[in-house]
Write a protein that binds this ligand. Structure first.
Ligand code: MN
Length: 294
């Protein structure tokens, strides 16, 4: 964790909540139970974000099977582990152990085959996986990978709120990851009861909040736990004000600049056209998706 001089910000014209979303209970990988919060029908509305999965269970049967070898192409996956241990291995030779509070930022680019497997047989496993799209011109860049342990994520405390800045910038603190094209902001916010947090946001950015403990009020809207609040892109708005209720609250605030490009998805591949998807499937089947040596 690092600290920085804090500047004062006052939001004059805050965004309202456009819609609350409960997500869909589903399972993925070899049978991991999770809630898909950001589902495919919301990809256009929340461009450049393609998916948000929330997982959290004390029951090993819900997570033990993990995600054995599978491919990706055309976007980035951001896994944020609140609790638990997950082992990552990929076709580019990267290996890492994702543990409590750590982030794994993987750029699939032209292709990667990886596994994400629990390294625990009991106890709690909790976290999130966000998919961030790549611009058309960047979809075939080489695969990349970063492990960011909890103590390397910049953070600050302000008015009863502890903020971890995974990506972007907040109150003068630069996050662990920056992306020029989509300008992703990814904050994990821990509120003391009754605390309030303000974040300036360009109205052109698509933005949402996911409350995973406690509850927030955003303008006139109460946001209960396990709900995503999509924030309206109101012209002339200058940010968002998050007000915690009477209990400790934790929430993600995520925003990004839309790419406004066609989105074509087939499972773990997200490209711009159907032809590119067919090419991805063919490359996977013939062993060239993730480059030579596989
Ligand atoms: Mn994966």
């Amino acid at each position: 964790m690092s600290t920085a001089t804090l500047e004062t910000s006052t939001i004059q014209r805050p965004r309202a909540v456009e819609r609350l979303v409960a997500g869909q209970a589903t399972s993925d990988g070899a049978g991991v139970k999770l809630t898909r919060v950001l589902t495919q029908p919301l990809q256009r509305r929340l461009d450049p974000f393609l998916m948000l999965d929330a997982f959290g269970s004390d029951n090993p049967g819900d997570y033990i099977a993990g995600f054995p070898d599978h491919p990706h192409r055309g976007f980035e996956t951001v896994t944020y582990m609140i609790a638990g241990r997950m082992r990552h291995r990929d076709s580019a030779g990267h290996e890492g152990l994702l543990t409590n509070g750590g982030v794994q930022w993987m750029t699939a680019g032209r292709g990667v085959i990886h596994s994400e497997l629990p390294e625990q047989e009991e106890g709690r496993m909790e976290g999130f996986q966000l998919w961030l799209n790549l611009a058309a011109q960047d979809k075939m860049i080489p695969a990349g990978y970063r492990d960011i342990p909890s103590d390397a994520i910049p953070g600050f405390t302000r008015d009863g709120v502890f903020a971890q800045v995974i990506a972007g910038e907040s109150h003068g603190v630069a996050g662990a990851v920056q992306r020029a094209r989509t300008e992703p902001l990814y904050l994990d916010l821990h509120f003391a009861p009754g605390a309030r947090f303000e974040q300036p946001l360009d109205p052109a950015l698509n933005a949402f909040v996911y409350v995973y403990r406690g509850g927030l009020r955003i303008g006139e809207t109460a946001v209960p736990p396990q709900r995503m609040a999509i924030l309206a892109n109101t012209a002339g708005s200058d940010g968002v004000v998050l007000q915690a209720g009477g209990e400790p609250t934790r929430a993600l605030l995520i925003a990004g600049r839309p790419l406004n490009e066609p989105i074509a998805q087939y499972g773990p591949f997200v490209m711009n056209t159907r032809e590119q998807l067919m090419q991805a499937v063919e490359d996977y089947q013939n062993g060239s998706l993730a480059g030579a040596g596989l």
